[in-house]
Design a protein around this ligand. Structure first.
Ligand code: GDP
Ligand code: GDP
Length: 437
């Protein structure tokens, strides 16, 4: 499971700055796309080659319990109360304050493992800054300057060292022949209807994966001769009572499901179009670099006119993930499911395709030959050679000179060229540009 780390501290100590530093995605491109609604309180820290963890910025803990502010505070508290680790952030410039004392008293009551993080230590003596907080009784503390990205790697080391053991849960990827799918989406789009239908149809061959916890059930299933593992379906499948349908939408659960799957199927409700909450879920999947299929559900209930309207809306709002296939389905009647699973397969095949260095180089040469980069202020980028550097998503390293002058539109051209040439659908594609050889 993706562990959860909560950032707690009084206003202005630098929580959101630290949150951004920890969760910033490698895909600056994706970041800036119009249509991507980013949740600024939940994200995932993905240090290369190391354990990933979810980060929640609680915004603030102390303060009002009433009204709207109260609701935010209560959610922040709930997040901190269920965190595997709390980072108690304080301001090294201002030293301990009465508000810090209050938060600490509350933290002691929650009894979550807590690490003291002294921020804004740029230009300060670290030991002296930490000493300011010695009366809080933490045996050790980490000093950082989030705004300057200083001390962050050390902080990540400390965090990973303090996370609970990964446990004995069955490795979700224990069976490489199974495509791991997660059905994600906001409440009421039809996730449980779909999962229940799938399991109903396939009852004879569906089975829970032994060793997975009650909270996170993985289910193996076979369909049209192919093997699948549905990850994190517990919340979806068990839902029976009506009031559970309106239970609080859990971003953490969504993040965990995305982390565990190879292909995320994001479900939308055709009768409601693409809401902000849908866009937030979509952004979480994009940040993770997941292969993606868009399932537009409840297609059964629409008139021809409404279908036209829905198509136009989808084209407008989902233009930025045009590489993802969209499938119209009805979970209720079971229509469109064959096409849905075909799309899942195409996405999985593209995401996990292994490339050879020669074909990557040939593609790069062909892309370069038919459209070399333009001269920018007297300089022109040279693309010298490339090689594959990973799957899921497919990643290509391009070496060359003056790569800094490459425009976003040229990078997009390269991406589209590679997509077309290698017939990649349903997966993001990443390029890493390296100056020199
Ligand atoms: P939050 O209210 O706890 O989320 O705090 P913010 O992240 O919004 O930061 C509050 C202010 O502190 C902003 O003006 C930041 O630029 C500044 N800040 C954050 N981190 C640092 C740091 O490491 N050094 C310095 N000097 N300022 C920082
Ligand atoms: P979840 O919260 O995403 O798991 O959504 P549910 O599966 O609980 O579905 C929410 C509501 O939408 C229920 O009343 C379902 O009966 C209804 N629903 C789900 N799928 C369809 C569909 O394909 N067509 C129609 N018309 N209604 C559907």
């Amino acid at each position: 499971m993706l562990p959860l780390v909560a950032l707690v501290g009084r206003p202005n100590v630098g929580k959101s700055t630290l949150f951004n530093v920890l969760t910033r995605t490698r895909d600056a491109l994706v970041h800036d796309e119009p249509g991507v609604t980013r949740d600024r309180h939940y994200g995932v820290c993905r240090p290369e080659g190391r354990r990933h963890f979810a980060v929640v910025d609680t915004g603030g803990i102390a303060g009002e319990d009433e009204g709207l502010v109260g609701a935010t505070t209560r959610q922040a508290r709930a997040a901190a109360e269920e965190a595997d680790l709390v980072l108690f952030i304080v301001d090294g410039r201002e030293g301990a304050s009465a508000l810090d004392d209050e938060i600490l008293a509350w933290l002691r009551k929650t009894a979550r493992p807590t690490l003291l993080v002294v921020n804004k230590t740029d230009g300060l003596d670290s030991d002296a800054a930490i000493n300011e907080f010695s009366r809080y009784g933490f045996s050790d503390a980490v000093d950082v300057a989030s705004a300057h990205r200083r001390g962050i790697d050390e902080l990540i080391d400390e965090v990973i060292g303090r996370l609970p053991e990964e446990g004995t849960q069955v490795e979700l990827d224990s069976d490489p022949d199974r495509v791991r799918i997660a059905f994600i989406g906001r409440p009421n789009v039809g996730k449980s209807t779909l999962v229940n239908r799938l399991l109903g149809e396939e009852r004879m061959i569906a089975s829970e994966v032994p060793g997975t916890t009650r909270d996170s059930v993985a289910i193996d299933m076979e369909r049209d001769g192919r093997l699948y593992r549905l990850v994190d379906t517990a919340g979806v499948r068990r839902k029976s009572r009506v009031d559970e349908a309106v239970e609080k939408f859990s971003i953490i659960k969504t993040l965990q499901a995305i982390e565990q799957c190879q292909v995320a199927v994001i479900m939308l409700d055709a009768t409601e179009g693409v809401t902000d909450q849908d866009a937030t879920v979509l952004a979480l999947a994009l940040d993770a670099g997941r292969a993606l299929v868009v399932a537009i559900n409840k297609w059964d209930g629409l008139t021809d006119y409404q279908r036209e309207q829905a198509e136009a809306m989808l084209a407008r709002k989902l233009g930025f993930v045009s590489w993802a296939e969209a499938v119209r389905i009805s979970a209720k009647h079971g229509s469109g499911l064959r096409e849905l699973f075909r799309a899942v397969h195409r996405a999985h095949a593209s995401a996990t395709r292994v490339f050879g260095t020669t074909e990557v180089n040939n593609a790069l040469e062909a892309a370069y030959a038919s459209n070399p980069p333009a001269t920018v202020r007297g300089h022109v980028a040279k693309l010298r050679f490339g090689h594959p550097s990973g799957t899921n998503p497919p990643t290509f390293v391009i070496h060359g000179t003056r790569l800094r002058t490459l425009t976003e539109s040229y990078k997009r051209y390269l991406e589209n060229f590679f997509r077309k040439r290698f017939k990649l659908v349903g997966t993001p594609v990443r390029f890493v540009f390296k100056e020199g050889s």
